[in-house]
Write a protein that binds this ligand. Structure first.
Ligand SMILES: [Zn+2]
Length: 154
């Protein structure tokens, strides 16, 4: 087999080599071996993955429901004071209006408002529920100032 003529280098009009073409018989023999290297090499230039929300901690929510010992029925209501979005049952919204970010047995739930990206905290007390909403984009300038100049202060 004349190796050189079996491998085709594809060039552009300026004579620059753009890609390499192999006969399919050769490719099928080496594909499994070289694909990890090809993927790795291509991966470096691949576009970064889209930022997506982590899965909702539904197991934690189920556990909270299972051990529900508050003086009111299981409550699935969520509302956002920042953009006035609200739902009776966030688990039934299609598409979701609120995304559960964290949930613990003590009755502290955190949601992301998918309308305005605000961070919503829902606290379950024995006989009441308290909501807090914080706009996500808003950074606390005071907090940054304190941390930023911390080492220079005496
Ligand atoms: Zn909102």
């Amino acid at each position: 087999m004349d190796t050189k003529s079996d491998i085709l280098y594809l060039c552009n009009a300026q004579g620059e080599v753009l890609s390499v073409q192999l006969p399919i018989q050769v490719w099928t023999q080496i594909e499994a071996k070289v694909m990890p290297l090809v993927r790795e090499a291509l991966g470096k230039s691949a576009e970064p993955e889209e930022e997506s929300l982590p899965p909702e901690p539904m197991t934690d929510w189920q556990t909270l429901v299972e051990y529900w010992d508050f003086k009111y029925p299981v409550n699935t209501e969520v509302h956002c004071d920042v953009c006035a979005s609200s739902t009776e049952d966030w688990t039934k919204d299609e598409p979701r209006k609120f995304w559960l970010r964290a949930c613990n047995l003590g009755g502290l739930l955190r949601y992301r408002c998918l309308n305005c990206q605000a961070m919503i905290t829902k606290r379950l007390y024995k006989d009441k529920i308290k909501f807090e909403a914080k706009p996500e984009q808003e950074k606390d300038p005071l907090l940054n100032a304190v941390y930023g100049s911390g080492s220079t202060r005496k």
